[in-house]
Design a protein around this ligand. Structure first.
Ligand SMILES: [Zn+2]
Length: 233
């Protein structure tokens, strides 16, 4: 039986690694200093390195089903993503936090359906996206809007982390809400001023900026999903 994974591991070592050997050595000698925390869905079609052109040492990454952010107070009992956020902010001093959802997200779709009875962890985890769902008949449009609303919801929850909120308000951290349309190769970025997502190809910035302006009225940031995102019956 051929072992495809073993073949690929060997190929990494012989064909790929040599080009990056010096870079990896620097990253080991000097430690990692990534400037960006990337919170993305686990979906195999979402490829953060392709989207951002990032290489080794650039993205501190945490991925989970749905690209969800658990509550800071730990009430969900699920702490892996929360721990990564705390580490990225307090130890790595990242300057950007990206929450990246995507089109055709199985996690978001599952919010409108049933999960297998055995998947008790998945069932409780998905509740982190519940507030983004819409009381409408399921359609491609409803799913798209729910995916986008979920990204905003997770940004709001990020702002409940005291170490995130204080740095965002001080202009030290920029938040970015992204929705990747897989079939179009387009990333839509959430513009907090417009209250909607804008294609990166025509967006003025990649995130919530201009950050200084928002710092002057911190209460205005992410306290609630903007009216534009209110469920429409
Ligand atoms: Zn997904």
């Amino acid at each position: 039986m051929s072992d495809e994974l073993l073949t690929r591991l060997r190929r990494f070592n012989t064909d790929y690694f040599p080009q990056y050997q010096a870079q990896f050595k620097d990253l080991v000698d000097q430690g990692q200093h990534p400037t960006t925390l990337f919170i993305g869905c686990s979906d195999s079609r979402l490829v953060p390195y392709m989207l951002t052109g990032a290489g080794p040492g650039e993205l501190f990454m945490v991925r989970n089903v749905g690209a969800f952010v658990p509550p800071y107070d730990g009430s969900s009992g699920l702490h892996g993503t929360a721990a990564a956020i705390e580490y990225a902010v307090l130890a790595l001093h990242v300057q950007h936090i990206i929450v990246c959802g995507h089109s055709h997200c199985g996690g978001i779709r599952a919010l409108y359906g049933e999960v297998p009875p055995e998947a008790t962890n998945l069932k409780s985890w998905l509740e982190l996206g519940r507030e983004a769902t819409l009381p409408v008949q399921l359609s491609d449009e409803a799913l798209r809007r729910t995916e986008e609303r979920s990204v905003v919801l997770q940004l709001e929850r990020l702002m409940d982390y005291p170490m995130v909120r204080s740095r965002v308000e001080a202009g030290q951290i920029a938040l970015h809400g992204w929705h990747c349309v897989i079939e179009a190769g387009e990333v839509n970025v959430f513009d907090v001023n417009l209250g909607r997502f804008v294609p990166a190809s025509s967006a003025e910035h990649s995130g919530t900026g201009p950050y200084r302006a928002h710092a002057e009225e911190p209460g205005a940031l992410f306290n609630e999903i903007d009216d534009a995102w209110a469920p429409k019956a």
